[in-house]
Structure formats: structure tokens, C-alpha cells
Design a protein around this ligand. Structure first.
Ligand code: NAP
Length: 495
């Protein structure tokens, strides 16, 4: 069956995955006041769907149902929760093609990348289904004769998530699966530009036997939802992925109720190529890390630092690889670069590009941003970049590779660390001693060494400094939704 708009017919094998209502308080609902938000295709601007703009009282209802859901869900034994999560994972796999099509329609990324994101998103559910069974506590040697000291991790309570548009499925599963594995209920607010993937995931969770009050998805005006989440005393944990600016705001809003927080914020990743790097590998890593999602990822290299001895060779090989990236519509299987999320995103690239040129950078590949239709920007390679340029200081979030030349290892590391952000960093070197040294010296939550694809469900994902705090994935991911209770048992009788 085909859904909606004329420019981008969305053929789905299972049309019931296309949801234009929210799932909360036990069922699929519209907003009580009938208000909606339009979801558009970033390439064509065509309206794909209308989703509810929930009111404050709708949101209160969702949170109070989630509180009941928490009391039910925490009472299940871990293997029961694990089995339901496992089923959710299997359903995502079964419906991968439909989920990928929904994602490309609303977010624009190439269809092969959408399939990849569904696999990646589902892998978090599989991982946390397994971790649910491993919520171990601790026995501590007694301080006094007859005592028994025990530490027990307990689910923290109703948890809420606010997620961005760049990974419409994975940013949800890596929070929700961890929360549910720990025994918490969760209410998710997806980005308003990409709610359809989230709603489809909620439908599959429901099919997997996860109670509607245990996992809900609500859509609406961000300030209204943020206020409802942070002002509610039922909410014990807020996990946010998005910009540093909004993260700061939410942290302040959480202060009165002191909700536990995880903040996965913006980055400004360095990508260092040392003289002793393998150029072929470095270019492969650069293309994978920089141009995935058309440069719209939080871990994407924003600053290329290339040592003088390898600079020209690396630049020539990178330019060649970038010129081979085909630009076009996300549903075209051969396309690698698609539309940016909206016109504002193109404007930011444009601003960074013109600022860099005005301050002396040289453009050796790519057209001026804004010259292509459908919010597309051809990959841009800039040389002679300096730290005075805007694109060196803030995330560009687009397909621009700015290159700065440096001389010594110490200079390269110092330049890489000269940012208030610290999410991901990458470097290429075949020298083992340098690899240890630089890996330890970089101020970043994650470091890729001769590797451009660092993110997976088994490892803790997260940043330092203004990139936030908290970890997703790995054995640490579930701990974000737990609190520790220390039990001190004394003697039960005097004999
Ligand atoms: P954003 O503007 O901060 O939005 C993220 C989410 O926050 C959206 O759901 C948005 O809702 C919501 N929001 C906005 N203002 C809010 C408010 N006042 N109160 C409550 N919620 C609010 O970020 P974005 O543009 O979607 O995403 C791009 C940013 O995310 C980049 O900085 C990127 O680096 C970062 N990111 C970080 C990670 C990580 O793991 N560290 C991963 C992916 C992306 P609406 O959509 O309704 O406006």
C-alpha cells in the first residue's frame, strides 16, 4: 500500500506501521484539542503526515499512566522483561524495510543508511535484552560481626527521553531499551521533524507485548513537553540527546526537582592524520565518519588536522573520494549524499563556508552551498583553514571537510583539544607508541584510532565537557536508569 504524498509515495508492506497518533495512557490517541504538527519530506517539502500536538493535560495523563506502568513493569522478573525486549528486537528486524522507508521519507538519509540505522537501533534492544538479566548487585564484607551489607541496583522510576532528528530510531532505542531493561517505564518525545519512525517503533513495542503504559511516545511543542517533563515530580530521570544549548536549558529546568540527567550533546570532533598514517585507510575512515547522514552526525569530524608531511597526499586522495559521492534523492539506491534536514541547515553551511572564504580558506571541491535545489549541498573541501573561522569553532552539521595543516604531534593534539566540546575524536597513525600517547591525551569521551566507525551497542557512547555526560550502550547504559540502595542487615535476635 502507498501512503500519503504524491512526490514521494511511501510503499509499505505493513501500512499499520504508519501512525499519526501518539501511544500513551493505554492507547493510540490524538491531541485532546485536535491540534497537530505537520511532518514534511526534507527533499521535496511535501507534507507526509500530521502528528498530535499534545496539550499539557495530555502530557500529565501520559506521565501518570507511565507511573502506573512503572509499578507493573518493575514487578516483572528480569527474564520476563528480557523476553519482551527480545521480541521487540525481532519485530524491528522483520519490518526493517518498512522502517527504513519511513525514515528516509521523513529524514532524507540514503535508504541504505536507513536500513543500517534500523540494524544499529535494533542492536541496542538486543543488547539490553541481554543486559536486563545482568543487573548485579554487590555483597560487602561486614563492618561488625553479624552484619550483612548488600548493595542493590533498583530501577530509578519513570524516565523520559527527548531525542533529535538525525538518528530517528537509534537515539530512541538506546535510551528506551536501557530504561526498560532496568525496570523503568519511559515516555519518549521524538524530534518534531522525525516522529514517524518513533511512532512505528512504539507500535512494534506494543506488538511485542510491552505494555502501552511502559513505553509511550508523545509528540508536541518542545517547550510544552520539556516543561511537563521537568516539572513533574513523577519523573525521576531525563535523558536528552540534542544541542548543547537545549541541554543546558533542560538541566536548569531539572534543578528544582533534581531529576537524574543524561545529556548527549553536540560535538566538534577532530580527525588527525599523522605523517605515519596509512592514507588509504585514513581516507576511508574520513569518508565514513564525515559523510554519513550527509555530515549530520554528532560524532562527525568537524575539524581535519593533517600533518605537513602527508598533507598533499591525503588531500588529493580525499578530494578524489569526495568527488565520487553521488548526490540525489534518498530513495535512489546509488545515492550517498542527500538533502540536509531543512533550509536552516543549508543556511548554516552557507554561513560557515562564506566566513571561511572571507578569512582566507581555499575551496578545492564543491559548489557554494545554496546553489543546488532540494536543500542539497555538494561535498565541500576547504584548505588553509584556521581556528579563527566559525566552522572550526562550532558544528557545521553538513558535508564540509575543513583542513588545517600542522607540524608536530604536540601541536596536533593541542589544536584537537582546543574546544569546549569532547564527544568523539579520531586519529590515524601506524606508530604504536604514538597511538597510546595520543589516545590518552585527547580530551574526548570516545576516540577512534585508525577507525572511522566507533559506535556500537557494546561500547559506552557519550561525551565529556560541553558534550554532556552519561553513557549509552555498553554495560554502563543500564546504570543510567538505576539507583543504588545499600541495605545493612544487623542481627535479627540477640542470641
Ligand atoms: P535540538 O534542537 O537540541 O533538538 C533536540 C530535541 O530537543 C528535539 O526533540 C527538540 O524538539 C527538543 N527541544 C528543543 N527545544 C526544547 C526545549 N526548550 N525543551 C525541551 N525540548 C526541546 O537538536 P537537533 O537540532 O534536533 O539535533 C542536532 C544536535 O544534536 C546537534 O548538536 C548534535 O550534535 C546533537 N546530537 C548529539 C548526539 C549525542 O549522542 N551526543 C547524537 C545526535 C545528535 P523539536 O524537534 O520539537 O524542536
Amino acid at each position: 500500500m502507498s501512503m500519503q504524498n504524491s512526490n514521494h509515495m511511501i510503499e509499505l508492506n505493513h501500512p499499520e506501521l504508519w501512525r499519526e497518533q501518539c501511544l500513551y495512557a493505554g492507547k493510540w490517541r490524538a491531541s485532546s484539542n485536535g491540534e497537530t504538527i505537520a511532518v514534511t519530506n526534507p527533499a521535496s517539502g511535501a507534507v507526509l503526515a500530521q502528528v498530535p500536538k499534545l496539550s499539557s493535560s495530555d502530557l500529565e495523563q501520559a506521565l501518570s499512566a507511565a507511573h502506573k506502568g512503572f509499578n507493573y513493569w518493575r514487578g516483572l522478573i528480569a527474564v520476563e522483561r528480557a523476553a519482551k525486549l527480545r521480541r521487540w528486537f525481532e519485530l524491528m528486524q522483520e519490518h526493517k524495510e518498512d522502517l527504513a522507508r519511513i525514515m528516509t521519507a521523513e529524514q532524507g538519509k540514503p535508504i541504505a543508511e536507513s536500513r543500517g540505522e534500523i540494524d544499529y537501533a535494533a542492536s541496542y534492544i538486543e543488547w539490553f535484552a541481554e543486559e536486563a538479566k545482568r543487573g548485579y548487585g554487590e555483597m560487602i564484607p561486614a563492618a561488625k560481626s553479624g552484619q550483612h551489607l548488600l548493595v542493590r541496583p533498583e530501577p530509578i522510576g519513570v524516565s523520559v527521553a527527548i531525542t533529535p532528528w538525525n538518528f530517528p530510531a537509534a537515539m530512541i532505542t538506546r535510551k528506551a531499551a536501557a530504561a526498560l531493561a532496568a525496570g523503568c517505564s519511559m515516555v519518549v518525545k521524538p524530534a518534531s521533524m522525525t516522529p514517524l519512525s518513533a511512532l512505528a517503533l512504539a507500535y512494534l513495542a506494543q506488538q511485542a507485548g510491552i505494555d502501552e503504559s511502559v513505553l509511550s511516545v508523545v509528540t508536541g511543542d518542545s517547550a510544552t513537553v520539556g516543561k511537563a517533563f521537568t516539572e513533574s515530580r513523577l519523573v525521576k530521570k531525563l535523558s536528552f540527546t540534542g544541542s548543547t544549548e537545549v541541554g543546558r536549558k533542560l538541566m536548569a529546568q531539572c534543578a528544582p526537582n533534581l531529576q537524574k540527567l543524561s545529556l548527549e550533546l553536540g560535538g566538534n570532533a577532530p580527525f588527525i592524520v599523522f605523517d605515519d598514517a596509512d592514507v588509504t585507510l585514513a581516507v576511508k575512515g574520513a569518508i565514513a565518519a564525515k559523510f554519513r547522514n550527509t555530515g549530520q552526525t554528532c560524532v562527525c569530524p568537524n575539524r581535519f588536522l593533517v600533518q605537513a608531511g602527508i598533507h598533499d597526499k591525503f588531500v588529493a586522495a580525499l578530494k578524489q573520494a569526495m568527488s565520487e559521492l553521488k548526490i540525489g534523492d534518498g530513495f535512489d539506491e546509488s545515492v550517498k549524499q542527500t538533502s540536509l534536514i531543512n533550509a536552516a541547515a543549508v543556511d548554516k553551511v552557507k554561513r560557515h563556508y562564506h566566513d571561511a572564504l572571507a578569512k582566507g580558506a581555499e575551496c578545492v571541491l564543491g559548489d557554494a552551498p545554496g546553489s543546488l535545489p532540494h536543500n542539497r549541498v555538494a561535498p565541500i573541501l576547504l584548505l588553509g583553514v584556521t581556528d579563527q573561522m566559525q566552522l572550526w569553532q562550532e558544528e557545521t552539521f553538513g558535508p564540509v571537510a575543513p583542513i588545517m595543516k600542522f607540524s608536530t604531534e604536540a601541536e596536533g593534539v593541542e589544536l584537537a583539544n582546543a574546544t569546549p566540546f569532547g564527544l568523539a575524536a579520531y586519529f590515524y597513525s601506524q606508530n604504536i607508541d604514538r597511538s597510546w600517547r595520543v589516545g590518552e591525551a585527547l580530551e574526548s569521551g570516545m576516540v577512534g584510532i585508525n577507525e572511522g566507525g566507533i559506535s556500537n551497542a557494546m561500547a559506552p557512547f557519550g561525551g565529556v565537557n560541553q558534550s554532556g555526560f552519561g553513557r549509552e550502550g555498553g554495560r554502563q547504559g543500564m546504570q543510567e536508569y538505576q539507583q543504588l540502595k545499600y541495605l545493612c542487615y544487623g542481627r535479627a535476635g540477640s542470641e
